[in-house]
Design a binder for this molecule. Sequence first.
Ligand code: URA
Length: 285
Amino acid sequence: MGMCRAPYGSAASGPMACTGPRQWLRQYNARASLDPSAPPSALRVSLARYLARLGYGTRKECERLVASRQVRSASGAILRDADPFAHDDVRLDGAPLDPPPGSVVLLHKPVGYVCSTRDRPPLVYDLAPPRWLQRTPVLATVGRLDADTSGLLLLTDDGPLNHQLTSPRWHLPKGYDVTLADPLRGEEAEQFASGTLRLQGDDAPLRPALLSAQAPRQLRLTIREGRYHQVRRMFAAVGHHVVTLHRATFGPLDLTGVALGHWRVLSPEEVSGLRQAVQEAKGSR
Ligand code: URA
């Protein structure tokens, strides 16, 4: 294990052991990122190393970007590799940088895209700049949506947050809009709410889920779990075939303002809201 400088610390920070991307991200988060009340701090990691972690190239390639004066501050000042910098102030060829470490991205997934970094394309990552797949750590999907499912998908490089959002112990409510092949018979909402329904092959019964009908074949199902193909299997268990499936909500978030195939970075306040919702979901178990 080599030694490296603190990712960004006060000028007084001394050299420290750097064990890799996770520690780097933890330190980044602790110092700079998700606390909206924290003052914007200057990062003191080498600029080239920072760009390389964001996927802009190898360390060598990013050193060349910096040396060729393509990296500047918002006011146009040339940034050198050892200069302190603030993420939001950096411009590469005039463009702001990609989301900083610790971000949460909300993506409106179209049908047909696969939630994987290495499956057969198209991948959800094809909706973002290709360099996102080179980030360290990668912006991983928070759980998955089937290729046939559209809707709200989160991505984050914050591993502990990702774990909290997907852990079966703490699942947030997620709302799915469902179109069925045939109209409801009438007893389905009660079956889903019972907390006794079992899916084929699963040991534990499902937690109660809320079904509301907009029309006999158009429904909203809200679940608090994330089992494999859960919604399709739930309807199959009560004798229905799902024709279309769309995730409309994830905890407090929805897709307002995000067009199909597009994405946006959550604000620090929205990430705090998500964390808060996890705490509340924990409390309500
Ligand atoms: N349930 C499913 O069946 N598919 C999804 O993609 C999400 C939930």
